[in-house]
Design a protein around this ligand. Sequence first.
Ligand code: TRP
Length: 383
Amino acid sequence: MEFKVTPWDVEGVVDYERLIEQFGTSPLTEELIEKTAKLTGGELPIFFRRRFFFSHRDYDKVLADYESGRGFFLYTGRGPSGPMHIGHIIPFYATKWLQEKFNVNLYIQITDDEKFLFKEKLTLEETKRWAYENILDIIAVGFDPDKTFIFQNSEFTKIYEMALPIAKKINFSMAKAVFGFNEQSKIGMIFYPAIQAAPTFFEKKRCLIPAAIDQDPYWRLQRDFAESLGYYKAAALHSKFFPPLTGLEGKMSASKPETAVYLTDDPEEAGKKIWKFALTGGRATAKEQREKGGEPEKCVVFKWFEIFFEPDDEKLMERYRACKSGELLCGQCKRELIERVQKFLKEHQERRKKAEKLVDNFKYTGELAREQWDKAIPEALKD
Ligand code: TRP
């Protein structure tokens, strides 16, 4: 079956092995995962154990830089076009884990400019409001305020200056080849990739970007010219997509409310949504299911447990077995997932409330990067 992955769209059932080939990235091997465990003291988080992160670029070099004492920094982001859902927040948890274990700076870009330019109907005012709302969800993940810098492009206008040397390195045919721009593309869209690439140069160290794999085209472009500006090629850890409630195709979409559980959903309502819309691998009748067993491979409920909501490996295996053998029916299983999701939402929402007072502690004014940049910019602007 065909599938399609671009920074704007994910369609069909994604074959992640084939995507690695298509995008020219590298599989996240057992060896790299073990090395991560060794360097961080053993226990790996669920995202690595379950291979939610499955692909990378130069992650081996990042670990080598860490070992040699050269260090690295983290960069990720969010396009504020609407409320954030559970799928959006998972890479941020993985990023928090990396920050904690490696004790490194993290820059988070909020691209209200991007969403204004790319979404026909979104006004600048709306995307700025979503930026604020999304920042609360991100802070609620619990990042270290001394090492985490959140900036919103429309406010942090220095990003423009930082994007300039980059914009001078990319010609239209390169951008067209990577993003499929055409004569109808808005000129703001064509400039935008320089803005998303700029944070990879915030420090003169290797930059590691944990993000869903649909963002990789930006890093591919950056890797074409980074070294000519005296910087490192961006390194990336790529995640899969969190499946929508309604099936294992595509990704959860902010524009289709029945497919997603939003971080701001009332826990009761979220429970009802899961109960009503979650696709399972169940049989037509309970009798048939007791006889033949369920099909966890086809089940969104099982996937949600696997990716995020059942961190205990043995318990996950037990759930798999009980489903396959027909002992565990879908109603029971769904109820258990709903409990987990509701607990997560309640805790998240409490932390989100507290985040309202913390926003200023995370807002980035550019000092750190500025210092690095001032050292580099005269060189870069020479050609
Ligand atoms: N383009 C991303 C989005 O639409 C936002 C973004 C900007 C981003 N910089 C990033 C995402 C770095 C991941 C990593 O959501």
